[in-house]
Write a protein that binds this ligand. Sequence first.
Ligand SMILES: [Zn+2]
Length: 216
Amino acid sequence: MNRRRQTDRGDVRTPDACDPCGTLVTVKREILTVGHPLLRERAREVDPDELASKEIQALIDDLVDTMRAANGAGLAATQVGEMVRIAVIEVDHNPRYPYKPKIPLTVVINPVIEPLDGELVEINEGCLSVPNLRGNVMRHVNVRVRHLDREGTAHDDVRRGLTAGTFQHECDHLDGRLFLDRVEDTTTLATWEQFERFHRKAFVERITAFVERVGS
Ligand SMILES: [Zn+2]
């Protein structure tokens, strides 16, 4: 079966990008999936002088369009095979992760993440590059995130809770790491269907109480 095909506009149609519904969606760029060697490489820093270039600005637009079309909470440039330290993050009533607090569209360039303390939380994660699989990973609850935005303005913010987890997940991609590498208890791995059936209720109850406590 031809699972992936180019449309006449150059967009890529993929059935994998729309977990858990499995329907065919159109994305701007093909999202590489686990096993592709580029997902395992460290991306390079973006030179601030490069930021204004047509290529980098077009890449950022493509990342935003592709993330939104695939219902992702974030997308890193490495996931579309571009080896630069750029990721986009946005959460707004996300059907893949309805329990995640909102995050306005954030373009992070050359991010540096620093844990503020030793507090950890176990989060059930999925990834557009790991079709139809979820699993539990430990993430820092309180992190300092420094990065540039698409205009080159420097940001220095504290991110907490599930939002901090999303930033850590995307920054991992820029270092060639997938959430799978952080799954310690492999019995938590589940397809989206089995997660819905057997694990969703308990996870959402726990994580909703956590989000209320931490505030995001
Ligand atoms: Zn991911």
